[in-house]
Ligand binder design. Structure first.
Ligand code: AHM
Ligand code: MG
Length: 336
């Protein structure tokens, strides 16, 4: 029976990526190994997030050091886990983390051909109230493994080989693209494996939801203000859009990907480059959106065309359903 096959023939994320890579004769499994280390980091963070409330209340054994200092903050802990997992994979050369001022250059004996840019725990201000948070990552190929420089990670987002996020929510969901569509995997806690649950995700062409921090409205520019106004008071006879804003990028983008609509973190007078970081927030999410049939725009250009000049650079971002982003592009073009 097909139904039985479904239950016993488990498509784990490792099996899925091995299948994908086997189409390339030159593939030696390096990418699969790298990914399995990222997955390990995600599983660790998932467990840590789930017991965060308890750990705080009860002080879980081993998590307070001899001086009785507070346990490490979850974002710092997550960062350490990812850095160690990525270095020990033997497949990375340069790591850029939101938590670290400087990029990490892996020592020569442990070097591989990939660069990983990541935010180990995005939305961490939401931890204490139990709102969904996530890890975001992007992967580049080194230009020359023997001479690593920051230029290897200061590449436009369209050069990424893969990007994804893991959301620690009511379930733990990992969404991944290796440049051939987008697939979603859900952690089966009893197996400790991510299982393919959302094959070939496509974002609806148009959505009924907009997602933005409207508290910044007084500082917005013309096109952003006009766009949000049109979501609330559409002039074409369509119904107004609903507003949903969690304030946790992974959760807001995940909903946008599955239900359609638009997520925006625009520039404003106080933050002319918006808030979100190009390398490990804007690029991976833009990569996923395009791979799912949507668009991502900075207010000036296709987000993935942007060439970052600093590892922690920020950019405004409008991403989501194709037609909804088309509308904001039209408003910015009219402005010029
Ligand atoms: P963080 O990296 O400090 O956690 O900030 C990033 C988060 C995103 O997850 C979210 O989209 C955004 O900040 C929300 O910002 P705001 O509170 O200004 O609406
Ligand atoms: Mg962040």
């Amino acid at each position: 029976h097909a139904a039985d096959a479904h239950r016993t023939d488990l498509m784990t994320i490792t099996r899925f990526v091995l299948n994908e890579q086997s189409k390339y004769p030159e593939s030696r499994g390096d990418f699969t190994i790298l990914l399995s280390h990222i997955v390990l980091g995600c599983k660790f963070v998932c467990t840590a997030v789930n017991k965060a409330g308890l750990a705080k209340l009860l002080g879980l054994a081993g998590e307070t050091n001899v001086q009785g200092e507070d346990q490490k903050k979850l974002d710092v802990l997550s960062n350490e886990v990812f850095i160690k997992a990525l270095v020990s994979s033997g497949r990375t050369c340069i790591l850029v983390s939101e938590e670290d001022e400087e990029a990490t250059f892996v020592e020569p004996s442990k070097r591989g051909k990939y660069c990983v840019v990541f935010d180990p725990l995005d939305g961490s201000s939401n931890i204490d109230c139990g709102v969904s948070i996530g890890t975001i990552f992007g992967i580049y190929m080194m230009k020359d493994v023997h001479e690593p420089t920051l230029d290897d990670v200061l590449q436009p987002g369209k050069n990424m080989l893969a990007a994804g996020y893991c959301m620690y929510g009511s379930s733990c969901t990992l969404v991944l693209s290796t440049g051939k569509g987008v697939n979603g995997f859900t952690l089966d806690p009893s197996l400790g494996e991510f299982i393919l649950t959302h094959p070939d995700i496509k974002i609806p062409n148009k959505g009924k939801i907009y997602s933005v921090n409207e508290g910044n409205a007084k500082n917005w520019d013309g096109p952003t203000s006009k766009y949000v106004e049109s979501c609330k008071f559409p002039k074409d006879g369509s119904s107004p859009k609903s507003l949903r804003y969690i304030g946790s990028m992974v959760a807001d983008v995940h909903r946008t990907l599955l239900y359609g609509g638009i997520f925006l973190y625009p520039a404003d007078k106080k933050s002319p480059n918006g808030k979100l970081r190009v390398l490990y927030e804007v690029f991976p999410m833009s990569f996923l959106m395009e791979q799912a049939g949507g668009q991502a725009f900075t207010g000036k250009e296709r987000a993935l065309d942007l060439v970052p000049t600093k590892i922690h650079e920020r950019a405004p971002i409008f991403l989501g359903s194709y037609d909804d982003v088309e509308e904001i592009k039209r408003l910015y073009a009219a402005e010029e």
